[in-house]
Design a protein around this ligand. Structure first.
Ligand SMILES: Cc1cc2nc3c(=O)[nH]c(=O)nc-3n(C[C@H](O)[C@H](O)[C@H](O)COP(=O)(O)OP(=O)(O)OC[C@H]3O[C@@H](n4cnc5c(N)ncnc54)[C@H](O)[C@@H]3O)c2cc1C
Length: 670
């Protein structure tokens, strides 16, 4: 099937407006006869469900947690971008669009990104109206801070808990509709497959996670908003339950999967402490506004630190290597995540890491304590304050900005980051790849939409900080509610979709057979055993740095793990009860397929772009020596994979990317 991105014609600045003016609408009386299923109620799904119900559609919403409030979106710390230009520092829709396309290393669709920038301001207005307590400055206006890869301050935030506050906003909007009966909420339900009737998505099969019952649900359209697949690495900053099952199942039923290898490894996470860890913790990127990243300049100092013989505070200023400031003077500590992560890896691989495993660098706030402290002393009119007084005042400001993050760090590492620099190391964080969607956010299956982190959309090969919340909420509040109407306008006479059909029978049987298999299999190894092995292959061979040999090995190794999984996996308990091991088994089975396609995609894309770094594609000389080398001649496309049985048999379709409003340039942050 040829890919049609359905990007409207006309100048980029008018596309969305003209498009909205011309699409078909469904009148309010007819909306009452149309059902929409929304799977996932994080920021993307929650905002979509609330808005669709507000418009008058009958919404059935599903989440595997016990409340929409527990979606992984709650973990988002640092903030959400919007081109409001409240700081008067030169921001505009165009600049946000430009930064996002450049930040994504020119691998995203221009028209979608421009629309994202256009609606970004509406999101802030919407959330403020809901009561989201964004940080305000002294005069009461909304405050902004800066995130990596940009030269303006456009990030709105609520301390280090932006996701939580935004989710409470979306959740209260949902609750209003739940109370009106316009949203039927199915908590603790997991979608296990999609049902197509006459080629269109018309329903899902879900499992009630408390009783184990398998249920059929029908609708005129299905929206997938189930988040990202970072847990394919086993260890990531994602919530433990984050998974790819819904996205993968729709892929197997005809939805193309785009750019699976585009994954973000975030530079500021708490380093891994050992082999028995089940998750990693993010330290928000906002910390790079005030923290300076360094390792010892001398290898002997690094060794002494690794052996516990030297403390970071004992290393003199001139013996420190602030390597980001050294290598990227223009952006310094605020280079984009992919660049910062690779630079940390480079220093640690060279032996300069600062913990026992050699896989950590410092994030140091000493200079910020002093800078803010001096300013505060002036504001407070203190004459010749002591150094201790200055530091204390400065620490107070840092605590106001990031107190909860510092507390979290201290709880995990048992060191006080006000007294000694934090240790950080890159970890898997976000997946730019995902289900392929057109301009309408529709997948290659008619009536099946995908929004939020689950789709591939706007971030190209690297997502800039604070852009995921923006995209999820843009999709849910401002894009999908329009575009889905255009599709549903054909369905006003369809009537209820019956679940009593051979299509539902067939898919339900597939789901039940798989559950039966897991429960009855006489294996000897736990689900986690396989998940960890998959994660190790992914991290070692499909991680921050990739090459042909490793990727080929990874594909073979993942296939072998998958085959062993199906023979040896052991799932205790029964199907008719709450059974977390059974839930995990299904999710890991899907990760074991997705992981192989991921490696295949990375193998085919023999260029370095954004988070995807191929060792074969590096600048060999000039100012950019050693940096990633993009290849626009051969790879300026979105790879959209069609399922054909085994992941290795998937067929590649290319959506060629056209850049009419931004000149393709080498991404330089020097
Ligand atoms: C620690 C951390 C901090 C972050 N901080 C920021 C930040 O400051 N700014 C920013 O822009 N981005 C940030 N991000 C990224 C951002 O939080 C996510 O990309 C975003 O919240 C994803 O939202 P979502 O609605 O797409 O998915 P999620 O919030 O992951 O929601 C997924 C939903 O799908 C449901 N679900 C999943 N599978 C199924 C299934 N099979 N059946 C039924 N329901 C299912 C879940 O129950 C849940 O309701 C951060 C990410 C992490 C990990």
């Amino acid at each position: 099937m040829a890919l049609d991105s359905k990007v409207p014609k006309g100048p980029i600045k008018d596309k969305w407006t003209t498009y909205k003016d011309k699409i078909d609408l469904v009148n309010p009386a007819n909306k009452r006869h149309i059902d929409v299923i929304v799977v996932g109620t994080g920021l993307a799904g929650g905002s979509a469900a609330a808005t669709l119900a507000e418009l008058g559609y009958n919404v059935k919403a599903f989440a595997y947690q016990d409340s929409p409030r527990r979606a992984h979106s709650i973990a988002a710390q640092g903030g959400i971008n919007a081109a409001k230009n409240y700081m008067g520092d030169g921001d505009s829709n165009y600049r946000l669009f430009y930064d996002t396309v450049k930040g994504g290393d020119y691998r995203s669709r221009e028209a979608n990104v421009y629309r994202l920038a256009e609606v970004s301001g509406n999101i802030i207005d919407q959330c403020v109206a809901q009561g989201v307590p964004f940080a305000r400055d002294y005069g009461g206006l909304l405050d902004n801070r800066s995130f990596g890869g940009v030269l303006v301050s456009r990030t709105f935030y609520a301390k280090g808990q932006t996701g939580q506050q935004l989710l409470l906003g979306a959740y209260s909007a949902m609750n209003r509709q739940i109370a009106r009966g316009k949203i039927e909420m199915f908590n603790r339900h997991e979608m296990l497959d999609v049902v197509k009737v006459d080629g269109k998505a018309r329903g899902i099969i879900a499992r009630d996670l408390i009783t184990g019952e398998i249920e059929r649900h029908s609708a005129h359209a299905v929206v997938i908003a189930t988040g990202g697949y970072g847990n394919v690495y086993f260890l990531s900053t994602n919530a433990m339950g984050s998974n790819a099952t819904a996205a993968w199942k729709i892929h197997k039923k005809g939805a193309y999967f785009a750019n699976p290898c585009f994954t973000q490894i975030h530079p500021t996470c708490i380093p891994r402490s050992g082999d028995y860890q089940s998750k990693l913790t993010l330290m928000s990127e906002s910390l790079r506004n005030d923290g300076r990243i360094w390792v010892p300049a001398k290898i002997e100092d690094a060794k002494a630190i690794q052996e516990g013989k030297l403390k970071p505070t004992q290393i003199a200023e001139e013996d420190r290597d602030y390597y980001l400031e050294r290598r990227y003077p223009a952006f310094g500590n605020l280079v984009p995540r992919d660049v910062a992560s690779r630079a940390a890896k480079e220093r640690c691989d060279a032996g300069f890491g600062v913990n026992a495993t050699g896989e950590a660098v410092y994030l140091d706030f000493a200079a910020a304590f002093e800078r803010y402290g001096k300013e505060q002393a002036k504001i407070k009119g203190l004459n010749s304050p002591s150094n201790e007084e200055i530091i204390k005042l400065g620490q107070g400001i840092i605590e106001e900005k990031y107190g909860n993050l510092f507390q979290m760090y201290e709880k995990i590492i048992a060191e006080n980051p006000y007294e000694t620099p934090m240790m950080i190391y890159p970890a898997t964080h976000y997946t730019m790849g995902g289900v392929w969607v057109d301009y309408n956010l529709m997948t290659t299956v008619p009536g099946l939409y995908c929004i939020g982190e689950a789709n591939f959309s706007d971030h190209g090969a690297n997502r800039l900080g604070a852009s995921a919340l923006m995209q999820g909420l843009a999709d849910g509040y401002f894009v999908l509610p329009y575009t889905i109407g255009d599709y549903l306008s054909d369905d006003i006479r369809t009537g209820k979709i019956s679940t009593d059909s051979k299509e539902f029978d067939e898919v339900e049987k597939e789901v039940k057979d798989r559950i039966k298999f897991f429960i009855n299999n006489k294996g000897t190894k736990s689900v986690d055993h396989f998940h960890k092995r998959l994660g190790k292959v992914m991290w070692d061979k499909v991680g921050m740095s990739r090459n042909e040999k490793d990727l080929k090995e990874a594909m073979a190794e993942i296939k072998a793990i998958r085959e062993e999984f199906w023979k040896e996996v052991k799932v205790p308990g029964t199907a008719n009860q709450m059974n977390p091991e059974l839930e995990k088994a299904g999710r890991v089975a899907d990760f074991l397929e997705l992981g192989e396609l991921f490696a295949k995609d990375a193998l085919v894309r023999n260029e370095s772009c954004g988070g995807h770094f191929r060792e074969e594609s590096v600048e060999l000389d000039g100012e950019q020596k050693g940096e990633a080398k993009r290849n626009d001649t051969d790879f300026a496309f979105v790879s959209a994979w069609e399922h054909k049985g085994e992941p290795s048999d998937a067929i590649l379709h290319k959506e060629e990317l056209e850049f009419k409003d931004i000149e393709l340039k080498q991404r330089s942050y020097k």
